[in-house]
Write a protein that binds this ligand. Structure first.
Ligand SMILES: C[S@@+](CC[C@H](N)C(=O)[O-])C[C@H]1O[C@@H](n2cnc3c(N)ncnc32)[C@H](O)[C@@H]1O
Length: 253
């Protein structure tokens, strides 16, 4: 997959892209992230990318021309399917489903804003406008890194174990079940016996039940869209009611 990022601060991406799985994915040729300085498409000695807002008001607005020129050149450089993503707090909320959808694309171009945001005409370039949450950051670089990380790890071959992404939080529509590693007892806290049993069917059943209980206790909103049997739904609603009644603590499954 190729991802082009257009920003006035492309250098902030480098340490994140060079580390861990994203670095390995690029070394293996599974992910090709190309960073671009928007100023390369700006005009004048100052290579200006922002200007005052028509109608007045505080702060500067990002100019349309550099983004339009950047898109024209990037699309010419990689003809074919291309999804243009514009990072904005006004966009659709980014979630695991959106990450899965983007991971199936061949080429993404991510546009990062700054200052008071984009000239409205820049939105016409976007296939998708994404927000990482209902808060305002100073720029689109951190949101773009969130998207690249979430998408990059879903590309086949990037994670060491292909099942890892399939079983974790949100991919089932539920939060992930509790995980343990060695030692089996630490400071009086024991790993549940079932996980030491070697009985894969029992372990799978325990994990499903724990995932349900945890989701009901911590994120009951996710249950509405989760694919559950009638028994599971009844169990989850009982757990949610216990939580409501204060009988389960935060973090307890
Ligand atoms: C200070 S923000 C501009 C906010 C804009 N004035 C508004 O109210 O929608 C500057 C840039 O940061 C990025 N940004 C800020 N918060 C974001 C969020 N929650 N999700 C995605 N991008 C965000 C966008 O690229 C935005 O253009």
């Amino acid at each position: 997959m190729r991802i082009d990022v257009v920003s006035i601060f492309p250098e902030v991406f480098r340490p994140v892209l060079a580390s861990s799985m994203l670095g390995i994915a690029q070394e293996r040729g599974l992910l090709d992230v190309r960073l671009h300085d928007l100023r390369d498409w700006a005009e004048g000695v100052h290579r200006q990318t922002d200007d005052y807002a028509y109608g007045g008001g505080p702060g500067m607005v990002m100019k349309p021309e550099p983004f339009f020129r950047a898109l024209r050149d990037l699309k010419a450089d990689a003809p074919g399917e291309c999804t243009v993503v514009l990072m904005t707090p006004q966009g659709r909320r980014f979630d695991q489903r959106a990450a899965e959808d983007l991971a199936s694309r061949e080429h993404l171009v991510i546009l990062c804003g700054r200052y008071e945001g984009f000239d409205e005409r820049i939105r016409s370039l976007a296939d998708l406008q994404l927000s990482i949450g209902d808060y305002v950051l100073t720029g689109g670089e951190l949101p773009a890194m969130v998207v690249i990380d979430a998408v990059g790890r879903l590309i086949p071959g990037v994670l060491g174990h292909e099942g890892s992404a399939a079983e974790e939080s949100f991919s089932w529509g539920l939060l992930e079940y509790p995980q343990y590693t060695r030692p089996a007892v630490w400071e009086g806290m024991s790993v549940p016996d079932v996980l030491l049993s070697g009985d894969h069917a029992r372990i799978a059943a325990w994990r499903r039940r724990e995932a349900l209980a945890r989701t009901a206790a911590l994120r009951p909103d996710l249950l509405d869209d989760a694919d559950l049997t009638p028994e599971e739904r009844e169990f989850a609603s009982g757990t949610a009611q216990e939580k409501e009644a204060g009988r389960l603590d935060e973090g307890e499954s």
